[in-house]
Design a binder for this molecule. Sequence first.
Ligand code: C2E
Ligand code: MG
Ligand code: MG
Length: 637
Amino acid sequence: MHRLFARQRAQATTPDGGVDLDMLGRLVTEAYEQTERDHRRADRSITLMVDELDQLNRTLERQVAERTVALANRETELREQNLRFDAALSNMSQALLMFDANSRLVIFNKRYCEMYGLSPDDIKPGMLLADLLHRRQAVGTYSGNPDEYAVALKAMIARGETFNTSIELPNGRTIEICNSPMPDGGWVATHEDITERRRAEKVIAHMAHHDSLTDLPNRVLFQERLADTLLHTKNGNRLAVFYLDLDNFKAVNDTLGHQFGDELLKRVAERLRGCVDDNITVARVGGDEFAVILPDLASLDDAAALAERICEAIREPYDLFGHGVVTETSIGIAIAPDDGTLPNHLLKNADMALYRAKADGRGVFRFFEAEMDATIKARRALENSLREALVEGQFTLHYQPILNLDDNRIPCCEALIRWKHPERGMVAPGEFIPVAEEMGLIVAIGEWVLRQACADAATWPNNTKVAVNLSPIQMLNAKLVPVVVGALAAAGLPASRLELEITESVLMQNTEATVAALHQLRSLGVRISMDDFGTGFSSLSYLRRFPFDKLKIDRCFISDLSKDDESGLAIVRSVTALANSLGMVTTAEGVETAEQLDLVRMVGCTEVQGYYIGRPQPLKEVSRLLADNLPRQAKSA
Ligand code: C2E
Ligand code: MG
Ligand code: MG
């Protein structure tokens, strides 16, 4: 019997042991009803639970779907990142390796294989560093002991130290290796091919110490070597320093052009090198300046013999691009310890000796002597005061009249520079022009003369010209034409009133540039005269190189002229005839006497200049003379 029914029957059992059927029926009905209620409740909660589970399920599904998309995205991202990383790794100019704490390879790139000639089979992630090095040894790109190296490197990495080194490969490449530890005990190794960088560094270091044109040591290296040689010169031993410069380098450079100048310097450098042994330093210390260190000098004769040899070697003609060029060198020699023990002091003294060598005729050598110092100091003082003279306005121009023998008037005055020196008084150009030329200061002085002469001439009667002397150095200056044009413009003087006097030496260094400049000036209307004709090489051929307007026959032909001097007269006559036939005016310079005047007139000169006609005089006086420019009564002897 069911326990519930047993309980219901017990409840419905009357005290007499009978069963109250009504009661039992009620109890049973109640129980059914209760059960139904329970069932219904249970059904409801089950429905609720199912709903809830359903919802939960949907949420979960959504979340899973979302996560799946996110994961897929992340995966794509990672894949892309990996691709990028791979691309970066395989396109790196450096080789890169990554090892874990157990010295096993984690990552490597293609560059590493290329750098060390490894095939893809030689290298695999997971392999030990030592094994990798053995592979490299097999292909000939590792020369050390792989096992020892791996142990030593591991120890350094374990100590957290970076290990840098560089190696030379059998193919001549230089590789710089850097091993940097990582926090997890592994390390990253980069291998960089620094061959080109090293090469560039070497070239730069070489360039810093050598002259690029001749490849000789430069001044810096020369001074280092001199200091070093002096330091290692034993007591009692001597050393010689030569200071050389080429005697007419500037002319070659200016007349033939820099290309020729450069080529000449190269050839000179080769010859210098050929004159000395390898242990002797030959350096290029300036434009056309060279220096030599002669260590362990046994006797001064040895230095003299080498200097002689050098002078001879340099003197041999050069063939520069088919042009024959001749140059010479002057050499100054200073001896250590006699003439100094410091590099700069020795160089200065060698330079002074060079100065003397040049003054003594060029193409020679001179040993330094103590008294040179004084001479050079005086010369330097002159140079300094010349520079000052220009700034301080100590120059002035005097004008010398030139007489035309046809109409006895003064068609032109020659501007002649004077230096009003504060202590020395009036200094003649002969004393300072050559110095100014050597200093290059003549260009600035010449420009001042041009401007002043044009300005002065602009105050003269319209038909009077001014003649200005041009130094050969000025002729070689590229700015000559603009300077002349500027002077004319500033003064408002027509070009036809300016005459420029040049000497034969300008044409001896005949270049297209010089002749072109002369043509340019002439086309402006400026007249060009050949000055001092007969003092240079007196070659009539120079007259063919340029159509001069005027030929000025030098004083030396005129001063000795006399009625009885047949040959002198014949020379002047033929020069005059030739000039006249070429359409040139002829001016006889230095006419001091009436007899000379008659003679030059007789031989056909068209103009005269000289003390007999008038001395060079200040502007004020010459202006007065010109204002009153009446035909002059030619005085006769
Ligand atoms: P130069 O161009 O031949 O000038 C003529 C020189 O002869 C002048 O000398 C003049 O004073 C001198 N002289 C003129 N007539 C006579 C005479 O009858 N007898 C004698 N014994 N001498 C006479 P100065 O002024 O001393 O000039 C000398 C040279 O200096 C000039 O010779 C010229 O070559 C140069 N010079 C003068 N001024 C300048 C200048 O501004 N620039 C340049 N580059 N050179 C100049
Ligand atoms: Mg002159
Ligand atoms: Mg002259």
